[in-house]
Unconditional design. Sequence first.
Length: 395
Amino acid sequence: MTPAQVLANKNLVINGGCRVIKQEIAEDTGIVADAFGDVASVVKTKHTQYWGGGPKAHELERGFAAYVGKQYAFFHNSGTAALQTALFASGVGDGDAVAISSSGFIASLNVIYHLRCRPVFLPTDPKTMVVRQDVSQYVKGLHLKSAIITHFFGNVVDLSSTCEQMEGALIIEDGGQAHGAFYEGRPVGSFGDIGSFACSNKKLVTAGQGGLNVTDDPHLIEMMRVYAHHGKDRHGVETVPGYNFRGGEMEAVLAIHALRDLAKRVNARNKVAKIFHKRFKESGINFAVPFDGVDCSPAWFDIPVILSDAWVGYRDDLIKALIMEGVPAWKYDPLICAPWVRPYMISHGWWDDASETMMRSEKSLWDRTFVIGTQFTADEADVLAQRIVDVLNAQ
Ligand SMILES: *Cc1c(COP(=O)(O)O)cnc(C)c1O
């Protein structure tokens, strides 16, 4: 089916057709509603936040560090704050080169900008939709200080391969969509110097608002706590220009409840992923898969559907059509294509022909990709998968 045939289908709501999906289907936020009693108990104490983090934040930190198999964890007020704290703790200075997977969430790029660093983009592997295994040509001679590598969509980066080429840079794994995923038998986030995890809505360890960093390095965790407490060290001296980035007690309670159910949550999402994958495979629809021959198990957060080249220029119309059908489809842009990136890098003399080439090739891949979430019931997933398949077959 050509995009024109698919989009001209008279059965589509956008063309005046009758909606096939009768119910309203939305992704679950993942907030554990049963936590309300424990949240109320926190409110009754009248202490919903503490300097240095309160008892609930510390309970969460202990639990999460143990889960990832790291010594320390620190609970922040957002995933973005956690990433910025991680990058700061890595010791970056003005203009330092920081490698970043172009396949990732915009927050990981924003923190590089806010710490006045130079992003060094790593391209996307078109089968897995995470960073490529072979990236050495993109980092050569740039003296990387750090690297932020994202396990996007809950799929798992081939860490040994990609990180080995980072020339000794401090590795920050962004596992914001991949809590509960494994690489070579270990939880993601345990491989890098720092594992960074968002706890916002729909994330597998949901706090509504929050973020968690893990590390084994006492110096790194100390720098994180200082940075996230207005830059004040343990003696109260403002040693660095910091932020108020610490997480609150009510949010910590929500995350503790979500963490308790993590294995169950991952199973449910992977079960939904399986439903989508099976239906798409039967219909010849291409979707992101794990790396061949790499020992890993994803925790699918979204299913990226990768369309043929013909869809470049039509993908957004397809998403509009799907949303009108009651299918909450969405898209991500590659980070190198964020509109402010090119001018920012040009103004610093960091943009060259290779950047231009990468921007174009990333765009041509991501412009024919849409995503569908996994935070649905199995029944909802059945209905959604069926409708996506039918729409793409012009039915
Ligand atoms: C959500 C997310 C973040 C940012 O988290 P916030 O809590 O929204 O600030 C960072 N990285 C990834 C991969 C994410 O999915």
